[in-house]
Design a binder for this molecule. Structure first.
Ligand SMILES: CC(C)(COP(=O)(O)OP(=O)(O)OC[C@H]1O[C@@H](n2cnc3c(N)ncnc32)[C@H](O)[C@@H]1OP(=O)(O)O)[C@@H](O)C(=O)NCCC(=O)NCCS
Length: 183
């Protein structure tokens, strides 16, 4: 499959992963502010393994989670992209969009700008029928990004994430959906 296709926006470059991303990505994955709504912080090994799985996903499917660069500002600020969840739920199989940005770059519109480019790629190039996103109800910043890119939430779609132990405070998730326009 070769190198992932790069996506360019006004301020951002979404690109394939390079070895110098491993260290800042591990720092982001070890930051309790960034990982507040996830099961746990990641070690350097787990973070590197995550990048390995992302690269394998690109190889297998031709799409995945891109590394995000802000040319002239920062060589790496986080990740935004598409993935196929491995768990089973009422809305799977599906393609999800996700984002993770280093805390020092929050609230500058970067996640939203990157997500819009990813959505366009998903619908126009991959011809996906639908893209979903999910998070815990309290993750208001992430939900806001979902709303800003036009996703819709219906309470009836909310679900208990199977990767969390039953009764875990983060188990309940909200699901947002976005259908390909003009279908
Ligand atoms: C979610 C995340 C990627 C957003 O990145 P970002 O680049 O800051 O996003 P944007 O700047 O494009 O948009 C953030 C929006 O959330 C809003 N927001 C931020 N914190 C908020 C809060 N605590 N409550 C309500 N809204 C909040 C911002 O005001 C902004 O909305 P606005 O443009 O209407 O003002 C980032 O917060 C992050 O990495 N969080 C940790 C990882 C994570 O939870 N990922 C998602 C898992 S599903």
């Amino acid at each position: 499959m070769g190198t992932p296709k790069q996506l360019k926006t006004e301020r951002l470059l979404l690109r394939g992963w390079v070895p110098t991303d491993n260290e800042p990505f591990a720092a982001l994955n070890a930051d309790p502010r960034v990982m507040k709504h996830f099961l746990k912080l990641l070690s350097r090994e787990e973070s590197d393994a995550f990048i390995g799985r992302v690269q394998a996903h690109f190889e297998q499917h031709g799409f995945g989670v891109w590394a995000v660069e802000v040319p002239g500002v920062a060589p790496f600020i986080g990740s935004v992209g598409l993935g196929i969840p491995r768990f089973v739920a009422h809305f799977t199989p599906c393609v999800e969009i996700g984002w993770r940005i280093a805390a020092e770059y929050w609230n500058r519109g970067y996640a939203t700008e990157a997500a819009r480019a990813v959505v366009e790629f998903g619908f126009e190039t991959l011809r996906l029928d639908e893209i979903v996103a999910f998070t815990v109800p309290d993750n208001l910043a992430s939900r806001r990004v979902m709303e800003k890119i036009g996703m819709n939430h219906k309470e009836a779609d909310d679900f208990d994430h199977p990767s969390f132990p039953p009764g875990h405070p983060l188990q309940r998730h909200v699901l947002y959906r976005l259908a390909r326009p003009n279908q």
